[in-house]
Design a protein around this ligand. Structure first.
Ligand SMILES: Nc1ncnc2c1ncn2[C@@H]1O[C@H](COP(=O)(O)OP(=O)(O)OP(=O)(O)O)[C@@H](O)[C@H]1O
Ligand SMILES: [Mg+2]
Length: 258
């Protein structure tokens, strides 16, 4: 599904943030990406979906056809590949002046012709699907509100509905439940987990109990390399190996989602 091979990325000041990252994720997997703040998780997800160019290495996506390289692609070709990679950004990234429904509909933009998209010419069927997706994450009632009036957790759920509507092969979710209370985090995670029947999900999570309950695998990043790749129930000594000598961030909310 997605293969990352020997990926490296330098920061503008020359620091080598990601040195040599390799992993492969298949449909059916729900992978938790973890590691200290600033280790490069967001940058890695941006490299995977082609928003940021790595300095070396490869990102290859294999959906229902020939494997395709994501990095090094531009324009129309990159757009075609990226429409099958859904991304939920850290902090949601909604278009604030648009309504919730319009924001969700933008998930379909990669699928319709530029002329239709200019006019936002979505069909009734597409609108119905957007409303269904909003209902699944518990925010159907907000469909006609301007996005800027939403709370952080509501925005996050709208962003999830938008990504799902894109019908991705691969869903990248950067801290998708970070601003949700435990109950709504469960609603969202219960919605995401079965989606792995159709796609692979890579999500950044900071709570071990969430990872244990929902994920099928965990990948830990430290010092620019994969320091852990295995069971979601990460053994404590390996957890501190990823988080270094500082106290692990996990499990901050022990008991949450028990
Ligand atoms: N465009 C940029 N220019 C300069 N530095 C950047 C840029 N993007 C990211 N960085 C730096 O790279 C490092 C990794 O950033 P990244 O956002 O990937 O961290 P992260 O692991 O996602 O952290 P967090 O858990 O806090 O979200 C940080 O020190 C960040 O300041
Ligand atoms: Mg981040």
């Amino acid at each position: 599904m997605i293969t990352v091979k020997g990926l490296s990325k330098k920061l503008p000041d020359g620091t080598l943030l990601l040195k040599d990252i390799s992993f492969q994720v298949e449909k059916g997997e729900f992978v938790a990406l973890f590691g200290e703040s600033g280790v490069g998780k967001t940058v890695l997800l941006r490299c995977v979906n082609g928003l940021t160019a790595p300095d070396s290495g490869e990102v290859i996506i294999n959906g229902d056809g020939e494997p395709q390289r994501v990095n090094g692609k531009r324009g129309k070709e990159l757009r075609r590949i990226r429409r099958r990679i859904g991304m939920i950004f850290q902090g949601s990234n909604l278009v604030k002046r648009l309504s919730v429904l319009e924001n969700v509909m933008t998930g379909r933009l990669g699928w319709i012709s530029p002329a239709r998209s200019l006019l936002y010419g979505f069909t009734d069927k597409e609108v119905e699907r957007a409303l269904e997706a909003l209902a699944k994450v518990g925010v159907r009632h907000l469909a006609f509100r301007r996005a800027e009036t939403l709370s952080g957790g509501e925005m996050q759920r709208v962003a999830i509905a938008r990504a799902i509507l894109q019908e991705p092969y691969l869903l990248l979710a950067d801290e998708p439940v970070a601003s949700l209370d435990p109950k709504n985090a469960e609603v969202v995670l219960d919605y995401l987990r079965p989606l792995t029947e159709q796609m692979a999900i890579i999500g950044v999570f900071h709570h071990l109990d969430i990872v244990r309950k929902y994920c099928t695998r965990a990948i830990g990043i430290k010092d620019g390399v994969v320091a852990y790749d295995g069971k979601p129930d990460v053994p404590p000594h390996l957890l501190s190996a990823v988080y270094g000598s500082r106290p692990p961030v996990w499990p901050v909310a022990a008991g949450q989602l028990a």
